[in-house]
Design a protein around this ligand. Structure first.
Ligand code: PRX
Length: 701
């Protein structure tokens, strides 16, 4: 929990003096954000051409989604889907905060994303798969081909791997078209998928498999990243071994081949456990599997995300509510029309990819680009060449990617003939300056930009401008989307009014269909994390008493736009990837010499925020480059290279309170170069602060 008054203090004092006094334990991260978000920005307006073709141009629709029309307004989203059986109850609130949407309805997500498009779009491209090596041809997978392949893989999962409705299947794959095929095959059978980001380690995959109790792992032999062919199968071996150590026996490892017909990994297959999908699939050629008519409230998937404790949380998303919500928001806020070519550069292994590469766009019958590799490979012109070649007109990415592309090739987009009608930014606050480059240079001043704020837990967008209605304001996400009613609360639960110039904790007043159902196997943690803070009465059956606590600091300007300042809990958002500080600390503590570890967030020009790691060693051990490298390697190995700390600082002692708690805010202040580290009177060892400051000052960045 943030300490009292952190936001207010920061806002009242302004930022000029870089003061940290009284700041809350964790607001250092967000203070850095405030620095770049300070000034009110001017508005930008969408072009008449964009408005002329947009789906959402009628302001009165917001009235139709007002609280007066809650929850029935969401019928409009559910009606974008095909239902085997229509629902009886739009929203059941009898067991707060476990809301149930579209109760009694039955549908299948794979049917909605694939089968139902065959009648009109059989021959339309569902995915343009772009391999990273530029000399490999782009594969254009039609809806018919997607249908065939999803059916055949569903048959394989069911008849070869024994997957049944309700089972959890872990999918640890790179960005290839076989990934959505595997997800949709699970959905067809009514099995839940749990996709683990391909860049995560085997150990991270194992932790998630164990929590989900998945007996089947779907993986791939290898893939390209930054010009290198990576051995991915090796991670599956680690995952199975680690899972076994934690008591889970993985029965089947299904390995796709990056080059069908050729096994491309140096890691051998394990007899009786590992099976090459491409060798088994011919047995299922032409097979059809009837989509399972799933109750709307049955889970579609788990998506693990970091929280304030070391253990990742399995966000459980429903079939009906989730699919309706991502279909509706894809239609109105991404404005995807049948003739558009849409490219979201996120990885499917994160929620953005689930909602806005796979389920939302496919529910609308869109044509999407799926790119295997690193955006700036082999040079920063690559994304613009892909966009030009495929006629991409909707582009979706993160501030980190934008910053990196700008840094590497600020003039590059001008050389290409792409023309975007809409562009998205998601995952972190975007600096107004970076926003303007995106708008003027990438979008050539013609594209509407939506800055979409949301989370793994929320399933889909919560705040953004409606691209043809609301003007854009750099650095601000915008007002709430249809049917979402946010409020900013202070620590005592009082509303912080719009235009007050004060920040607080952003919450959502009402339930919505895309909201996660629970944390897998941990309903108590679900209540504690998202509702306990502001719940007025644990017995209340009234949803108004259960605002959703998002864990982000925000402020609302007088125009109603929300400016998101960043996380207020122990989560670090590195390049749009959410990492728990505790996860990183735990990994560092796995190195025998390390006695204590503390991670803080440091501002970085390209990645936005990066972790910096402070460690204290057990007596008798000395600092060395080798030790620091082993600590960094351990973090990469246990979690992922994205979690690697920018620096490891070995300190003689951690600044601690008298009760022994490490004061991370002091370390964060030092790492971020603040002159004033704030109140040190509660420290049991205040003398260590100057020592650490000297130490850090002498280090190279
Ligand atoms: O802090 C917010 C930040 O990303 C967090 C959610 O991360 P994750 O669950 O991984 O989902 C990322 C994709 C939706 C939020 O709590 N965040 C997300 N979008 C924005 C943002 N911060 C500022 N502006 C955004 N548009």
């Amino acid at each position: 929990m943030p300490s009292r008054g952190g936001w207010r203090t920061v806002m009242e004092k302004g930022y000029g003096g870089k003061t940290m006094a009284d700041a809350a334990e964790r607001v250092t991260l967000t203070e850095a954000e405030i620095a770049v978000h300070w000034r009110e920005e001017e508005y930008y307006h969408p072009s008449p051409e964009f408005i002329g073709q947009a789906y959402l141009t009628d302001r009165s629709r917001y009235e139709r989604f007002s609280l007066d029309h809650f929850p029935d307004c969401f019928k409009e989203y559910a009606d974008l889907l095909d239902w085997y059986k229509y629902w009886d109850v739009t929203l059941d609130t009898s067991n707060p905060p476990f809301w149930r949407w579209f109760v009694g309805g039955r549908l299948n997500a794979a049917h909605n994303c694939v089968d139902r498009h065959l009648a009109r779009h059989r021959n339309k491209t569902a995915f343009h798969f772009v391999p990273e090596p530029e000399n490999e041809p782009i594969q254009h997978v039609t809806y018919q081909e997607l249908y065939n392949r999803v059916n055949e893989f569903a048959a394989l999962l069911r008849d070869f791997a024994g997957v049944r409705r309700g089972d959890r299947v872990t999918i640890h794959m790179p960005m290839v078209v076989e990934l959505p095929i595997a997800m949709l095959a699970c959905a067809r059978l009514g099995a839940m998928h749990s996709v683990v980001f391909g860049g995560f380690s085997g150990k991270a995959c194992a932790d998630r498999m164990v929590d989900a109790e998945s007996r089947v792992l779907v993986t791939m032999d290898g893939y390209y990243r930054n010009g290198e062919f990576l051995d991915h199968k090796a991670k599956a071996d680690v995952a199975v071994r680690e899972a076994a150590a934690q008591g889970l026996a993985v029965e089947r490892v299904l390995v796709w081949q990056r080059y069908p017909g050729r096994y491309s990994s140096p890691t051998p297959l394990v007899e009786g456990r590992d099976f090459v999908v491409n060798e088994i699939l011919p047995r299922f050629r032409g097979r059809r599997v009837d989509p399972e008519p799933m109750p709307a409230e049955d889970p579609l998937f788990l998506m693990y995300t970091s929280g304030s404790t070391g253990r990742p949380k399995g966000a459980q998303h429903s079939t009906g509510g989730y699919l309706a919500y991502v279909a509706g928001t894809s239609k109105y806020y991404l404005d995807i029309h049948p003739e558009d070519v849409y490219w979201c550069m996120a990885d499917i292994g994160w929620i953005t990819g689930h909602s806005y590469i796979v389920y939302g766009p496919l529910a609308l019958g869109a044509s999407s680009v799926l790119y295997e590799g690193q955006p700036a490979y082999p040079d920063p012109g690559r994304p613009w060449r892909i966009a030009e070649e495929l006629g991409v007109n909707i582009f979706h990415t993160s501030p980190t990617a934008i910053r990196a592309l700008r840094k590497a090739g600020p003039e590059e987009p001008k050389k290409y003939g792409h023309r975007f009608k809409l562009m998205t930014t998601v995952g972190e606050p975007i600096e107004p300056d970076v926003w303007r480059w995106y708008y003027h240079v990438v979008g050539k001043g013609q594209a509407a930009v939506v800055d979409t704020w949301w989370q793994t837990e929320t399933g889909g967008f919560l705040c953004t401008t409606a691209p043809a209605i609301h003007p854009m304001k750099p650095g601000s996400a915008g007002p709430a989307v249809l049917g979402i009613h946010p409020v900013i609360l202070d620590e005592e639960g009082h509303e912080v009014p719009a235009g007050s110039g004060k920040a607080g904790n952003i919450c959502i007043r009402n339930p919505w269909p895309g909201m996660m159902q629970t944390i897998w196997r941990d309903p108590e943690r679900f209540i504690q994390t998202y509702f306990a803070k502001y719940n007025r009465d644990p017995q209340s059956k009234d949803w108004r008493d259960w605002p959703y606590f998002a864990g982000d600091g925000a402020m609302q300007a007088s125009d109603g736009y929300f400016r998101i300042l960043g996380r207020i809990d122990d989560v670090i958002n590195v390049a749009g990837h959410r990492l728990g500080t505790k996860e990183i600390e735990n990994a560092a503590l796995g190195v025998p010499e390390v006695a204590e570890a503390a991670v803080v967030a440091v501002r970085d020009e390209v990645k936005g925020i990066m972790p910096e790691l402070y460690v204290a060693l057990h007596p008798g051990h000395r600092e060395s480059e080798d030790l620091k490298q082993r600590i960094v390697d351990r973090v990469a190995q246990e979690i992922s290279p994205i979690a690697k700390p920018r620096r490891v600082v070995v300190v003689p002692d951690m600044p601690k309170t008298r009760s022994g708690k490490i004061m991370r805010r002091i370390l964060a202040a030092i790492s971020n170069g603040f002159e004033d580290v704030g109140d040190v009177t509660t420290l049991s060892n205040p003398e260590v602060v100057d020592e650490i400051r000297r130490l850090v000052g002498s280090l190279k960045s």
